[in-house]
Design a protein around this ligand. Sequence first.
Ligand SMILES: C[S@@+](CC[C@H](N)C(=O)[O-])C[C@H]1O[C@@H](n2cnc3c(N)ncnc32)[C@H](O)[C@@H]1O
Length: 251
Amino acid sequence: MTSAPRGVPSTAMGHWLTTIAMVVVCVPSLCGCHRSNPRGAKSAPAPQPAHSGKAHHGSRDIGDYIRRMESADRAAWQKPDEVIAALNLRPGERIADVGCGPGYFTLLLAEAVGPTGKVWAVDVKAEMLDRLREHIAERELSNIEPQLVPENDPRLPPGQVDTVFIVNTYHHFSYRPVYVSKLRRALAPGGRIVIIDFIPKSREERGFGPKLEMQLDRATIDREMAASGLQPAAVHTFLPEQYFVEYRVKQ
Ligand SMILES: C[S@@+](CC[C@H](N)C(=O)[O-])C[C@H]1O[C@@H](n2cnc3c(N)ncnc32)[C@H](O)[C@@H]1O
């Protein structure tokens, strides 16, 4: 039996354990990421290990996490068709969907670039790629390459990616400035890095999304991109909960 720490009466110990249990069992959310070293939403000056890709967003069950990512309700705020239209993709374009998850956007990207195009679907979790493979098989798509990668490297071929696409994932990356430099190396001449991520807001206010302390504001991302020589080239403002920015190499 667990005994109370010295000086803690046993009734207080009961309350104490209840409180801890309530904190551990996280509020379900689409994107309720765990992070071992929470930091302020505003900025993160030094590279730090993020809550790793091993944590799956506050959900104790990865199947539940995948279901929430694929939920039909998501379209109301994620506006996937408008996002794809705004990207203005051309047939034959080569895209890396980094942190692709079960493929919510991957499948739309693959459709938009057509059979002459290519999508590298990159994730750190095998379960995500397993689910994506099911979708690929159902739709008989031949232009998606699922790729299981380590947390610190997207393992993309240098100079060959026209669009690196990162949705609700940038805030997961460990050692982000180094990670961004790897993404930049993958860009083909004239290529872009597209980031969509949550505008910092508490879960109580939004009702879903990562914990506030895990969210990053746009200014932080602009700074980290600038450190790799990238600057905002287009900003789309139609997503109610997220910023959506295209970065290109500064000329
Ligand atoms: C919130 S989900 C977003 C998935 C997808 N982009 C979407 O919008 O539906 C974040 C995904 O990023 C993956 N991830 C986390 N850290 C990663 C890393 N360092 N490299 C690649 N993928 C990562 C997670 O496994 C998860 O599938």
